[in-house]
Ligand binder design. Structure first.
Ligand code: FPP
Length: 247
């Protein structure tokens, strides 16, 4: 499949990896088997994103709401995360991919936190490629955390209420060091954003694919990018202004 021109490649792609459960259920397998296959797709897509020139890849791996799933599914997902981090470290180092996280990671099991720290530390000097895992993430929780830290800064006098702006407040989001997503993909045919990067996706292009996450391949990512490349991003301007520049 021909790739879009380099300037049409999104800098940051965020993905809601959905459909693991249905993939397993249609095969008469336990849900966790779907998540296991989902982890294989994660590796495929991390490599594919880099090969396509995507500098930031953010994956919604565990939401604040996911704790309410059956206990064995939650512990299975935590086990897979631990396994993934142990297995992927060499691959990330080999390809100079920096691991970052967003979310309340301090509530994850101790072994997962330990592995995360190990991989984050080992990859912290890489600057070109970034894998961002959203873990115990929720956009509303992120906003509450940012508001708390911003308010503390105002009370301490390091922020001035009169200078309150998006630029200043966004420095308190988990994503302060990460550019906004250009493209948000959700797999499995569901068409909603499920409390994921709600503020950061203000101007993102959305692509929904019916492909279930365990079946999602490099060609599906390329297809989504081709669709993205055909869109006109207007940021509130008119089509005319985008072509000739604002006047
Ligand atoms: C949604 O599918 C998927 C999740 C809630 C978890 C995603 C996790 C992985 C892909 C594996 C672990 C991730 C990493 C980075 C190691 P679903 O279970 O809601 O599917 P369904 O809608 O078909 O039930």
């Amino acid at each position: 499949m021909p790739s879009p021109a380099p300037e049409k490649i999104p800098q940051h792609v965020a993905i809601i990896m959905d459909g693991n459960g249905r993939w397993a259920q249609t095969r008469g397998l336990p849900r966790l088997e779907g998540h296991r296959r989902g982890v294989e797709t994660v590796r495929t897509i991390v490599d594919a994103a880099r090969e396509l020139g995507i500098r930031y890849l953010t994956l919604y791996a565990f939401s604040v709401e996911n704790w309410k799933r059956p206990a064995d599914e939650v512990s299975g997902l935590m086990g897979l995360l631990d396994y993934f981090l142990k297995r992927e470290l060499d691959n990330l180092i080999k390809h100079k991919v920096r691991l970052l996280t967003i979310g309340r990671t301090d509530a994850l099991p101790a072994n997962v936190q330990r592995e995360l720290k190990r991989v984050i530390d080992a990859t912290k000097d890489f600057t070109e490629w970034h894998l961002v895992l959203a873990l115990n993430y929720g956009a509303r929780t992120e906003l509450a955390d940012a508001a708390k830290h911003y308010t503390s800064a105002v009370l301490a006098g390091t922020e001035k209420l009169a200078e309150c702006s998006w630029e200043n407040i966004s420095r308190y989001l988990y994503t302060s060091a990460i550019p906004d997503p250009d493209l948000l993909i959700r797999t499995s045919g569901e068409q909603r954003v499920s409390n994921f990067l709600l503020l950061q996706c203000a101007y993102a292009e959305l692509v929904f694919t019916p492909v279930l996450w365990p079946d999602f391949q490099k060609a599906d990512l390329q297809l989504a990018i081709t669709e993205y490349a055909q869109r006109e991003r207007r940021y509130g301007l008119t089509s005319e202004q985008i072509k000739t520049g604002p006047r």
